[in-house]
Every structure is written in structure tokens, then in C-alpha cells.
Design a protein around this ligand. Structure first.
Ligand code: SDX
Length: 424
């Protein structure tokens, strides 16, 4: 962060002038440092953080108007098509893409931490079999904090780094088990001879009865690309949740569990599941027009559309749509829901209601159709998002832990009762 060559904003308040420093980043808008407003006896007010930069970060950059998403400077479409998910994980963690040697070492570290303590598997038994897998994930990922609290000195960079590896490696195991538990199948253990996405799909769909189960490489590649497309996204709601929890010095496994909880909402990561439910409800192209009328009267939202930051195409949605065509073509699947989704997109992009509000497909609009083609049940869509976003959450947690930071503690505009006494 640099002072914007001495630029300052002047706030005139009650006849006084308050000079507020302006800082410039590498890319994107300058920021106004408003902490001195407090001295005037005022708070700034920004519900939903529409215009608030909560921190300085070097990890991800988004230009919502231009539809640009960069991870450590690299565009998402290049990462999704020219690297695999673990390379993107390495990039996010370390700031540079790995050399062949570094990739081999990182891959080996992750492979050797995919197992979880056997007692973790017992936590699952407390859940009903029809529990939503996200409810299970919030519980079991948070429970990891009960297994890693002794040798966890947040000021020790080695402890922080092994925590990152443990979470990247163990979350897929717990995610697959959250599915297996709900379908009453035995847990399949991770295998060190399989690549990351292949290992996850193997744990999802192999069974003890089918000892020769092999993951279709087309599906493994599509799964890996979906992980990459969901890896990180700046200060979104769940990442901000992880940063806020982390700012208290809380156990990192508990912080990631908080991120999973925040992601679950249909306005955020839960949208991919909601898109498939919406497509099921619409049923066929003939029902699109009446559905759109319900959207315009605000009875329903067009799930998978709109974004706080993107006021243009979400670049991830573009790659997701291309992947959708590739995967369904390769598998010879003609999914009527894809036709329906494309018709929804076509109508929305030509309709003044959506154009005026800059509503475009976001990352969640097409992801569900690919996940369904891979065989992932709808209830697992947000778990897939949480699995992929773990690297983003951890990277932001590490960035915060390795730089001086204060506990996050916003204030409020109080409009409640004035002080009063109990008359009895
Ligand atoms: C993710 O932040 C991130 O980076 C998130 C994410 C990530 O990678 O971490 O990108 C992942 O969460 C993607 C978004 C997934 N959510 C959905 O698809 C749910 C549907 N979308 C909306 O709920 C909404 O668009 C949000 C929550 C995503 C954004 O909401 P904002 O920025 O607060 O915008 P808003 O609600 O103020 O909407 C502005 C206008 C309103 O209309 P008016 O009051 O001006 O008349 O647009 C309308 C809204 O009613 N609108 C929609 C709409 N989204 C916004 N109308 C119909 N359908 C929608 N989807």
C-alpha cells in the first residue's frame, strides 16, 4: 500500500475539516483511510460493506466492471485451463506458480495428509442420515480443532504452514464422507496413488464391493477445473467471516468451519444448489416467461445471476459454460436442463430488467449442470464449493496471521431505546 502521492480527502464536519489519507494499491480504486473520523465523534456507516475495503491483500484482484479475476496476477481462465488445482493452491499460498520440483513436493505433502484421525469418523454417527452434508461439514471440520490445538502456535510459521496442508488435504476426505454417510455407504479411505480430484471422486463413488472402481479421467479433469474456478474470490462473505474469526486468534480449523457456515447461504455458495432446484421448478422452456415475471415482481430471484462485484460477466461463468459443453459433449449427455439454463440466460441478457441491474450469470449458474453430469448429488454442490474454497480461506487467514492486525470489531448506528429504569 502506498500513500497516493500525498493525496488526501477532506471531510468538512461541524465547521471543522478532517484530512483523511488516500492510499493507492497496484490495481483498482484508491482507498480513503477513515479511522480519524472517530476523533470527530462519528462512525462511518456502510451496511453490507458496499464501499468498504476491510483489509490490504495481495492474493486476488477483481475488476467487476471489466469482468477480470486475477489470482496473484494470473487471469482465472488461464489458471483453469493451463494449471491444475494444486498448482493454483501453491500459487495462492506462495505467490508464484510451482516449479516441477516444488509441485512434486507440494503434491506429496498433500497426499500424505489426506487421512484423518480415526476418531473423527465417529463424529458422523451423531448426525441423522438425512442431515444436509453442509451441516455435517460445519461440524466435522470444526471438530478438527479438537485434534490440533496442542502444537498450534499461530506465531510459528511452520505451525501455520502445516495447518494449511492439513486442511487442503483433509477437507476432501471429510467432504466425501459427508456424502457417504447420507447414503449409508461405508467410508472409502483416501489413496496416495491418486491425484487430488481423482482421489476425491474415488472416495465419493467407490464402494468395497467394486474393488476395481476407476474414476473417469474426463470427470476427474472437470472436477479439478471446478475446484480451480472456486479457489478464491477476494473478500467475499465467507472469506471475510474467516478473517474476522481469525482476527480473534481463534483456532484455524474453527475459522474454516465458520467460513463453511457462511458459504452455505443461498445468497452465497448455496446458490449452485438453488440453481438446480430453480431449473427443476421451471421444468421446461415454456415456463420461462411466467417465471421471469415472478422474478420481476421480486417473488423469486433468478438464482445463479447477479453479483455484488461483477457488473459484467463473471469470468468464471464463461469458463464454467465452456467446461459444461466439453464435459457433456465428451460424455454424450444431452441434458435438457442445460438447454433450459441457456434459454434463461438468453432471455435475461436481452431483458431491460436484468440489463438495468447489471445482472449476469455468476459462477454458480452453470456449475450445477456439470456437477450433475459428474454424478454429484445436488445436496453436495455447496460442499464442493467449500472444498475448493478452503485454499482461499486458508490463504487469507495466513496473510492476516503473518501481518500485524487488530481484532475486527465494527460499531453501529444505535436506534434502540434510550436509557430507562425498571419501575418496580
Ligand atoms: C457467490 O461475493 C462473492 O465474491 C461471492 C462469490 C464467491 O466466489 O465467493 O462470487 C460466490 O456467492 C456468487 C453469488 C451467488 N448468489 C446467487 O446467485 C443468488 C442470486 N443473486 C443475488 O442474491 C444477488 O445478486 C447477490 C446476493 C449475489 C448480490 O446482491 P447485491 O450485490 O446485494 O445486490 P442487490 O441485492 O442489492 O441487487 C441489486 C438489484 C435489486 O433490485 P432493485 O432493488 O434495484 O430493484 O438487483 C436485483 C435486486 O432485487 N437482483 C436480482 C438478483 N440479484 C440482484 N433480481 C433477480 N435475481 C437475482 N439473482
Amino acid at each position: 500500500m502506498s500513500e497516493a502521492n500525498g493525496k488526501k480527502a477532506t471531510l468538512k464536519l461541524n465547521g471543522k475539516e478532517i484530512e483523511l489519507p488516500i492510499y493507492s494499491g497496484t490495481l483498482g480504486p484508491d482507498v480513503i483511510d477513515v479511522k480519524d473520523v472517530l476523533a470527530s465523534g462519528h462512525f462511518t456507516f456502510d451496511p453490507g460493506f458496499m464501499a468498504t475495503a476491510s483489509c490490504e491483500s495481495k492474493i486476488t484482484y477483481i475488476d467487476g466492471n471489466a469482468g477480470i479475476l486475477l489470482h496473484r496476477g494470473y487471469p482465472i481462465d488461464q489458471l483453469a485451463t493451463k494449471t491444475d488445482y494444486l498448482e493454483t493452491c501453491y500459487l495462492l499460498l506462495n505467490g508464484e506458480l510451482p516449479t516441477a520440483e516444488q509441485k512434486k513436493e507440494f503434491d506429496s505433502q498433500v497426499r500424505n495428509h489426506t487421512m484423518v484421525h480415526d476418531q473423527v469418523s465417529r463424529f458422523f454417527n451423531g448426525f441423522r442420515r438425512d442431515a444436509h452434508p453442509m451441516a455435517i461439514m460445519v461440524g466435522v471440520v470444526g471438530a478438527l480443532s479438537a485434534f490440533y490445538h496442542n502444537n498450534l502456535d499461530l506465531d510459528d510459521v511452520n505451525h501455520r504452514e502445516i495447518t494449511a496442508i492439513r486442511l487442503i488435504a483433509k477437507v476432501p476426505t471429510l467432504a466425501a464422507w459427508s456424502y457417504k454417510y447420507t447414503v449409508g455407504q461405508p467410508f472409502i479411505y483416501p489413496r496416495n496413488d491418486l491425484d487430488y480430484a481423482e482421489n476425491f471422486l474415488h472416495m465419493m463413488f467407490a464402494t468395497p464391493a467394486d474393488r476395481d472402481y476407476k474414476v473417469n479421467p474426463i470427470l476427474a479433469k472437470a472436477m479439478d477445473r471446478i475446484f480451480t474456478l472456486h479457489a478464491d474470490h477476494e473478500q467475499n462473505a465467507s472469506t471475510s467471516t474467516v478473517r474476522l474469526a481469525g482476527s480473534t486468534g481463534a483456532n484455524p480449523y474453527a475459522c474454516i468451519s465458520a467460513g463453511i457456515a457462511a458459504l452455505w447461504g443461498p445468497a452465497h455458495g448455496g446458490a449452485n444448489e438453488a440453481v438446480l432446484k430453480m431449473l427443476d421448478e421451471i421444468g421446461s422452456v415454456e415456463n420461462v416467461a411466467p417465471f421471469m415475471e415472478k422474478v420481476k415482481t421480486k417473488e423469486v430471484k433468478l438464482m445463479g445471476f447477479g453479483h455484488r462485484v461483477y457488473k459484467n460477466f463473471d469470468p468464471r461463468a464463461k469458463v464454467m459454460k465452456e467446461t459444461c459443453d466439453e464435459v457433456l459433449g465428451a460424455l454424450g449427455i444431452n441434458d435438457p436442463q442445460l438447454e433450459l439454463a441457456m434459454e434463461l440466460e438468453r432471455i435475461a441478457l436481452s431483458d431491460e430488467y436484468f440489463i438495468k441491474r447489471n445482472l449476469y450469470p455468476n459462477v454458480d449458474f452453470y456449475s450445477g449442470i456439470i456437477l450433475k453430469a459428474i454424478g454429484i448429488p445436488t445436496s453436495m454442490f455447496t460442499v464442493i464449493f467449500a472444498l475448493a474454497r478452503t485454499i482461499g480461506w486458508i490463504t487469507h487467514w495466513l496473510e492476516m496471521q503473518s501481518t500485524p492486525h487488530k481484532i475486527g470489531r465494527p460499531r453501529q448506528l444505535y436506534t434502540g431505546e434510550k436509557q430507562r429504569n425498571i419501575d418496580r
